[in-house]
Design a protein around this ligand. Structure first.
Ligand code: SF4
Length: 264
């Protein structure tokens, strides 16, 4: 394995450890190195990598066929015409390759006037199947996390950076983020949250355009387009690694304090 691929392998293993996986099988067949290159997340330290493209260009270019599950626009985001309009504009998006691979577009759900938004990286298999964000085991745990800080899921808005599932739950690629993030930015502009909670390293790194570790991103208030942003563990990582639950609880208390000063 050459040096470049050693670097990819090291980054891959670091990611898996961060996600709480303690065992994995690695096959060094010739195709492995090729696949590894594709699957490892690059850092997002290069701010120029992801353009500051607006959602309107996504909307204007990518209104595709009618949305397969357009009823969600009524059930998930009722009461906000702008959000509904955005949903209608982008739910048929096929701007990146993931649009052709998804079962369902996963827009996000929750209170369109939420003060707090939770943002993960991308839908998983269950989310793709249902067209809803955070509905698997990790989603149930997220609901518990939200209730632990004395809020309800219906009070907040939950979304992902990518609206379509990457195959095999691989990490989002920079070009996919570049294409999709304008939709998230529009959601944030419409919802106008007071605080954003980025779930997991990839979400934090992507939103903040940094290659910093999760450890260094936690415990601080960042600025995401003039909205306070706090980074914590992804609920899937917490399910896999019990020892992160305590620091995650500290993050959640910090979030609540930053939101309205409540001490838990
Ligand atoms: S991931 Fe985003 S940019 Fe890509 S097809 Fe889905 S909605 Fe469009």
């Amino acid at each position: 394995m050459n040096k470049s691929n050693q670097k990819y392998l090291a980054a891959f293993i670091a990611q898996r450890i961060e996600m709480g996986e303690s065992e994995w099988n690695v096959s060094l067949r010739p195709t492995f190195e090729k696949n590894l290159k594709k699957s490892v997340t690059p850092t997002y330290a290069d701010h120029n990598l992801i353009s500051q493209q607006t959602a309107s260009s996504v909307v204007s270019e990518d209104v595709q066929s009618a949305c397969s599950r357009s009823m969600f626009s009524d059930t998930l985001i009722s009461g906000n015409d702008s959000l509904k309009e955005l949903y209608g504009e982008v739910c048929g998006c096929k701007r990146c390759q993931l649009g052709s691979l998804r079962k369902n577009f996963v827009f996000g759900e929750g209170n369109p006037d939420a003060d707090i938004m939770f943002i993960g990286e991308a839908p998983g298999a269950e989310e793709d199947a249902q067209g809803l964000p955070f509905v698997g085991r990790a989603g149930q745990f997220l609901t518990q996390m939200i209730e632990a800080i004395k809020l309800h899921r219906k009070d907040i808005f939950i979304a992902n950076i990518l609206k379509c599932r990457p195959p095999g739950n691989r990490d989002p690629r920079p070009e996919e983020i570049e294409m999709c993030e304008p939709i998230l930015k529009r959601q944030i502009e419409i919802i106008k949250p007071q605080v954003i909670c980025a779930l997991g390293r990839i979400s934090g790194q992507t939103l903040l355009r940094t290659g910093d570790t999760l450890g260094s991103l936690r415990g601080r208030v960042h600025n995401y387009h003039d909205v306070k942003l706090i980074v914590t563990y992804h609920p899937a990582a917490l399910l896999r690694n019990y020892k992160w639950k305590r620091p995650a609880w500290e993050d959640l208390k910090f979030l609540r304090r930053e939101y309205d000063g409540m001490e838990l």
